[in-house]
Design a binder for this molecule. Structure first.
Ligand SMILES: CC(C)(COP(=O)(O)OP(=O)(O)OC[C@H]1O[C@@H](n2cnc3c(N)ncnc32)[C@H](O)[C@@H]1OP(=O)(O)O)[C@@H](O)C(=O)NCCC(=O)NCCS
Length: 177
């Protein structure tokens, strides 16, 4: 049987992509092998799920392979338990020239009661690579409405602030070494 081929929009870095274009959710049931010494879900299991799910968003936006450049923030907010279903919700926060920041919210659900809780929150930065493994430009992020525009501006300001802090820290390191 001939398979239907769903065409993605042409990969053109001049052509912007929306947040909804790459937004994604990954879901997995937590099993015994995911446990830590306390019998809860191991933090490393959640971190791996976050990196894998967020990388999918970055690759989808760029239509290029990506590498993880930085986990800018990772907050564990509550434990997830074995038997919970863990959902990793990812959306593009910000796009630079070759880098992309993906925002991640992790939610655990007790399937017997339906009770959900936020277990982690993260921001991960990816860089797109070309066929030679060199950093490659990616399409800009185009906000769909005023709310998205505000979030994008907020993310831009955050990136600028982080850069300023890094420069300050590098100066302090230089002065003290
Ligand atoms: C990430 C990597 C490709 C960046 O290479 P580089 O030569 O420093 O690239 P550049 O200086 O040209 O920076 C490219 C972009 O990445 C951003 N960037 C690079 N390192 C970064 C970091 N540590 N944190 C945040 N952003 C970073 C730059 O700000 C720049 O963004 P822009 O193009 O949107 O303005 C390189 O450091 C690398 O290969 N690291 C290892 C990645 C890896 O193995 N990850 C784990 C497994 S996937």
């Amino acid at each position: 049987m001939e398979q239907e081929k769903l065409e993605a929009p042409a990969s053109n870095t001049g052509q912007g992509r929306s947040i909804s274009f790459s937004r994604s959710t990954t879901i997995r049931l937590m099993e015994a092998l995911d446990a830590n010494g306390h019998g809860n879900v191991h933090g490393g299991v959640i971190m791996r799920m976050v990196d894998e799910a967020a990388a999918i968003v970055a690759m989808k936006h760029a239509r290029l392979p990506v590498v993880t450049a930085r986990v800018e923030r990772f907050d564990f907010l509550a434990p997830a338990y074995i038997g919970n279903v863990v959902s990793v919700h990812c959306a593009m926060n910000y796009v630079g020239r070759t880098s992309m920041e993906v925002g991640v919210e992790v939610v655990a659900e007790d399937l017997m009661t339906g009770v959900t809780r936020r277990v982690a929150s993260s921001r991960v930065i990816y860089v797109a690579l070309d066929k030679e493994g060199k950093t490659a430009p990616v399409p800009p992020l185009v906000p769909a409405d005023a709310d998205e525009q505000a979030k994008l501006e907020q993310a831009h300001l955050r990136r600028m602030r982080m850069r300023a802090i890094e420069e300050e820290l590098a100066m302090i390191e230089q002065m003290t070494s």
